[in-house]
Structures are given as C-alpha cells and as structure tokens.
Write a protein that binds this ligand. Structure first.
Ligand SMILES: [Zn+2]
Length: 278
C-alpha cells in the first residue's frame, strides 16, 4: 500500500540521469518511496531520467513500470523539491489484477514520452539559439534574462531595450539568422565543468546563483562557448526545424522575443499536435 505523507521523506538526493545523458529515454532505477500528497500519488526513485519542470521548461511525461510490466504508473508531472524528484501520476489498472503499487527497493523501468521530450527540447534549444542570434546580429548589449520554453507561447527576455524604430528589422534579422543556423546544423553539447572552466566558457562571467564550489553544466551550440543550463536539448540544432520569431516587444527596459518552432516539412521528428505553422 502507499505510504502516507509526513513532510519531506528522509532520503538521499535523487540522482539526475538526464544531466549526463539528455537522450536516454529508458533506464532502470529503484523505488525509494511511494507517497500520497494531497490525494496525489508521488514516486521517488534513486536516479531519474525524467526531466522535472524547471528552467523555463515543462516536465516530462512517461511511465514507471515493474520489470514484468504488470504494474504501470503513468507519470503526468515531475517536480523537484529539497533535492528530491517527485514523479506524480497514477497506477493504471492491470489486466492480471497484480499489485497496484511498488515495493520499497523494487527495481523499475523508467520511460520518457519521446514526442513530448523532443518538442520540449526543441523549444528549449531554440531559446539558446536566439541567444546566439542576438549576438550574431549585433545586439550583444542585451543581457540574457528569463526564458519561457513551454508550447503555449515561448519567449526569451533580455535586459536592455531595442529602439522602437529598429524592432521590425531586428525581428526579421533574428528570424533569418536563426533559420540560417538551423539549416546549417550544429551539434549541441552539455559538459559538466569546474567553476573556472565554466566561467571561461561563458565569456568570463557566471550568474550569481552558481556557487563557486559547484560544478556547472555548460551547454553550447557549435563552439566551445556556452551558458550554464540544466535543461534538455536536441542533439543537433537542425532538429529544431524552421523557426518563427513572431514578435519583439520592449517594455520597461526589457526586450521580449517571442518565437516558435515549426517542423511541417520534416519527417524525422514528430509534429507538435496543437501548433500549426504560420
Ligand atoms: Zn538549455
């Protein structure tokens, strides 16, 4: 039976499998806790490959299955709290009437929903690509701010303003540069570095929230330069498909670049189900 929740479980921090390998969609793990929080069931395992919501990116969906695949837990949402990754969802009815929960210590198989991961990774990587394009079109005075890489209107925001008279030409230039780079293709790399190396690879500066004794993960497109990021990414930016920079808006000294990804002409990656290409 499920355990009842009594505050944060006293468990070791969940290992983040996606940190080292962003493209592993199936892995084994061991169950550390099955608990109920406000009538929602949460599973905690020792090491997860499912990406928890964060960094402007939605969580993965997927499954946690027993080895004989008779106990199936459908993962609807994944969240991190106090170093633990909580997989929220529900047990699906089994044909054979098997146990509808996991035992503590039981080995299970984690599956990541591939099409959702790919869409999230494409939207998120596109955000990095816009950062690169901002530099390439000569707007390097803009400082990266927050990003929102959800399917419901993705954007990246920068500190600094683009003059109103330049907005349309900059939007067109950004879109053209993004599509030029996507068409050329380039590998995306994520490497865990020492603080010093990470700082060098980020052009001499790291954000304040990164501790000096930590080992940041630096994500870069094409070159060795990059930025600290814990998200999931495509292997090659050609997977992003064509890009649309739909709007640049300047408000209170912030420049917001809205974008979207489109893959209508491509067949090697699944199409997003809701968004149509404009
Ligand atoms: Zn990233």
């Amino acid at each position: 039976m499920v355990e009842s929740a009594g505050g944060a479980p006293d468990l070791p921090a969940t290992q983040l499998g996606y940190f080292d390998d962003m493209w592993q969609l199936q892995a084994s793990a061991h169950v550390l806790s099955v608990l109920v929080e406000e009538s929602k069931i949460a599973i905690i395992v020792d090491c997860t490959i499912l990406y928890p919501q964060g960094g402007g990116q939605p969580s993965d969906k997927g499954f946690i299955l027993s080895i004989d695949e008779q106990t199936r837990f459908r993962v609807e949402d994944v969240r991190t709290r106090d170093g633990l990754v909580y997989h929220y969802g529900f047990f699906e009815a089994s044909d054979l009437g098997n146990s509808s929960t996991f035992q503590i210590g039981q080995e299970v198989i984690l599956y990541v929903d591939k099409s959702r991961r790919q869409l999230n990774s494409r939207l998120h990587t596109a955000g990095h690509l816009i950062d690169v394009c901002i530099e390439n079109i000569g707007l390097s005075s803009l400082q990266p701010g927050k990003g929102h890489h959800f399917p419901d209107g993705p954007f990246v925001e920068y500190k600094g303003a683009v003059p109103a008279s330049d907005i349309e030409s900059r939007r067109a230039a950004l879109e053209a540069e993004a599509n030029r780079l996507v068409a050329a293709g380039s590998t995306v790399q994520a490497a865990v570095c020492s603080y010093e190396e990470a700082r060098n690879r980020c052009g001499g500066q790291l954000p304040d929230y990164i501790a000096k004794d930590s080992k940041p993960r630096i994500v870069s497109i094409g070159s060795s330069f990059g930025c600290p990021c814990g998200g999931t990414h495509v292997k090659d930016i050609s997977e992003i498909g064509s890009m649309k920079v739909s709007q640049i808006r300047v408000k209170k000294g912030l420049t917001k670049v809205s974008y979207n990804v489109c893959i209508c002409q491509r067949t090697n990656v699944p199409r997003p189900s809701r968004k149509k290409c404009r």
